[in-house]
Write a protein that binds this ligand. Sequence first.
Ligand SMILES: [Fe+2]
Length: 364
Amino acid sequence: MHYMMPTEVFEEDHAVANHPEVFARAGHTALIVTGAHSARANGSLSDVTGVLTSLGIRWEVFDRVEENPSTDTVCEAADLVRTFGADFVVGIGGGSPMDAAKAIALLLAHPGKGKDFLDEKGADSMRVPLILIPTTCGTGSEVTPVSVLTRKDSGIKGSIPHRIFADTALLDGRYLSFASARILRNTAVDALGHLWESWLNTDATPYSRMCAEAGLSAWRENRDLLFRDPKELTIDECARLLRASAFAGMAIAQTGTSLPHGLSYHVTVAGRIPHGQAIGYFEAGYLAQAPENERKKLLAAAGFSSLSDWQDFYQRACGGEKLPKALLTEAVDELLASPGKLKKAPFFADRDVLLSIAFYGGED
Ligand SMILES: [Fe+2]
C-alpha cells in the first residue's frame, strides 16, 4: 500500500495574509495564474499581490485561463513567462486555473519543452515551486497531483501523465462566499463524485478510504448549505465546504477517479456541460453497478436513502434534463479507448455496462 499527499495545507480565515513565509521561500518572481474575473471579484488576487508586494517579490498575472484549459493556453503562458523570468507559480481559482498552474510550473522547470512534453509518459515531472488557492468547493486540485487539460487538435480532455502536487495549499472560506449558487452546487457535486469514485475504485486502500470517509462525513453535514444564498453563508460554513472538497481531493490523489469522470470529459467538451453537472449525471449509474451493500453504504454516507433520493438531490442541485443519445454514446466510445480509466471500476466494465451507466434512468 502507498499513501502520498505532500502538500502543506493551511485552512484559515486570511490564510494568504497570515502566511507570507509560504511566498517568501518560493522565489523572487511570481507568475499568478487565474481566470478572467473571479479572483478579482473575491479578493484572492489582491490578497496575493498585497503579500508579494510587501515582500518585494515581482509578480505578473496571467488571467487568460479558460474553462477546461487547453495545452495551447498552458504553453502560451509558459512562453510569456519565460521572458518575465518567473521562478514560481501561484494558481488561484477553481480546477481550471489550478490545473493550468501545475502544467505551467512543470514547463517552467523544463526550458525548451512544449506541448508534446506535457503528454510524455515517464518524463521528469520536476516543477518550479507551486502554491494553490482554491476558490470553489469541488476540484480538490490543490491537494491532488492531477492536471486535466484539453488538447485542441483532438478535442480530447484528460489528465496529463505527470504527477504534480503543490508545495502549499491556502484555503480561505471568504473567497467561496463570492461564488454563485450554481458554481457551489456544481462543484460540490463534483466533490461527491470524487468521494464515491475513490471509494468504489480498484486502487482504494484503507488510507484512501480514510480520506473518503472523512470527506463523505463532511459533505453530508454541509450539503444543505448548497441551497442557501452563498452570500449569506458564514466564513466558517464556506470553509467547511472547502474542507469536504479538500478531503475528496486527498482521496482521489491516492486512487484517481473512475468511470463517471471518464464518461464526463466528452460530455463537457462536446456538449458544454459543466464538469460537476456532468459528473453527477453518471453517478447513479455507477453506484447501480456496485454490490448492494456498498451502494447502500455510500448513499447513506452522503445522506441519501436510495438512488432515487440522490437523483432528486442532483436534479435540485444541477438540473435534470437528459443528455442527447448521440453525445452519451460518443462518451462511452471515447472511454472505451482509455483502458486506464476502465481498470478503476471494481467490476467488469464493457461497452454494455458503460451504456447502462450512461443511460441509467432511461432515455427521453
Ligand atoms: Fe472532478
